[in-house]
Design a protein around this ligand. Structure first.
Ligand code: FAD
Ligand code: SF4
Ligand code: SF4
Length: 272
């Protein structure tokens, strides 16, 4: 099996190459650790090199020029409680929805135990995006949906990992993006969806009182003091510590460097 890049540790899994291959020769496939990588079908490939020429990981990114820094927290304490940090995402996405725009972000599906990007045109749909889901989120046809919205003159807000924002921008490089706003979450790594799923199946086997809506992490002020060892104290409720051991290869190399090289309009950092 031939990958687009020669090493897994270079690939963020943004999927831009598979979307842009002119002959559809690239499929995103799950490896044994549960992360998606682009695999080329060499019988179809015409060697045009488009995949490598648009790849954000190969292109490299210039350090973002930090123009202005704002520190803030949503005035509504209930929204702060429901958000992972200070609730800036709710504030910014409210502005988009108020002008009949659409918001793309990540929800957690309690049935399939997976995180995935979805589109929201209302506050109630957007509210499900609140909170950090520390696993790699599925993109599927999200980039195409963003493109359709932009071509239909919608104002679009895309909030995701720095790698997915870079992938989206690579995908949209020939499109008018005047109406596109992007937010990077501060991100040090994404964890394996496969490990999360296996872990949850194991919990179901041994714990009768497993909560349907597992909590990835807690924060002081919202849920009381952070327990020192969440996993041992209450494995039926908290899953944060265990899954963060299984991260994508590129994250262990780049870590916070990815955030410094952001392509997004806004970068959100944690604010307790
Ligand atoms: C994978 C991951 C790694 C993180 N690493 C760090 C870190 O190293 N240091 C740190 O201080 N904070 C980290 N965070 C937390 C995060 O940066 C902030 O808590 C976030 O900016 C919350 O701001 P808020 O209160 O405005 O957002 P909220 O209202 O809580 O909204 C959450 C936003 O995060 C997005 N989101 C949630 N899960 C995912 C996902 N799996 N993939 C892509 N987007 C997602 C949603 O779409 C939504 O836009 C991480 C979060 C995630 C998901
Ligand atoms: S070289 Fe061209 S045809 Fe081959 S996989 Fe890459 S983009 Fe597709
Ligand atoms: S475009 Fe994205 S998915 Fe494709 S090789 Fe580059 S980093 Fe990996």
């Amino acid at each position: 099996m031939k990958m687009v890049l020669d090493s897994k540790s270079k690939c963020s899994g943004c999927g831009a190459c598979s979307h842009l291959c002119p002959v559809g020769a690239i499929q995103m496939q799950c490896d044994k650790e549960g992360f998606l990588y682009p695999i080329i079908d060499e019988r179809i490939c015409i060697q045009c090199q488009k995949c490598t020429s648009i790849c954000p990981s190969l292109k490299g990114r210039s350090p973002a020029e930090m123009q202005k820094v704002f520190v803030g927290r949503h005035q509504n304490a209930n929204i702060v409680k429901k958000s992972r940090s200070g609730g800036a995402f709710t504030l910014l996405s409210d502005l988009i929805i108020q002008q009949k725009g659409v918001v793309y972000g990540v929800i957690y599906d309690d049935q399939s135990h997976s995180a995935r990007y979805v589109r929201a045109d209302s506050k109630s749909k957007r509210d499900k995006m609140r909170g950090s889901k520390y696993v790699e989120a599925e993109l599927k046809n999200t980039y195409m949906m963003v493109k359709d919205d932009l071509q239909n003159n919608k104002v679009v807000l895309f909030s995701g990992t720095p790698c997915h924002v870079a992938g989206l921008k690579a995908y949209l490089s020939n499109i008018d993006c005047q109406n596109l706003y992007t937010i990077d979450i501060l991100c040090n790594s994404v964890c394996s969806p496969l490990i999360l799923n296996k872990y949850i199946q194991l919990l179901y086997k041994f714990l009768e009182n497993l909560q349907k809506n597992l909590i990835f992490a807690t924060k002081p002020g919202a849920d009381g003091p952070v327990p020192k060892n969440l996993f041992i104290l209450d494995p039926a409720k908290y899953i944060y510590i265990f899954i963060t051991l299984y991260i994508r290869a590129i994250c262990s190399i780049n870590r916070h460097a990815i955030n410094a090289l952001t392509e997004a309009d806004i970068v959100k950092v944690i604010c307790l």
